[in-house]
Ligand binder design. Sequence first.
Ligand code: FES
Length: 64
Amino acid sequence: MIVCICNRITEAEVRKAGRAGAPTPETAYAFHGCEVQCGCCLDYASEIIDEERSDLRGVDAAAA
Ligand code: FES
């Protein structure tokens, strides 16, 4: 599914950037060589990144 129409960035690509450490949509898009344009996608992209990062925190806590 496309998250960012302006850049044609998919949900999987946003998740990948979040897992790689991108804390915001801006950094996630930069990870894929893009930048925010209209901004319509930012709320949804933030939700996706927050999900990925909270999953990573769960993995870290389980490993400790
Ligand atoms: S839809 Fe993502 S910047 Fe426009």
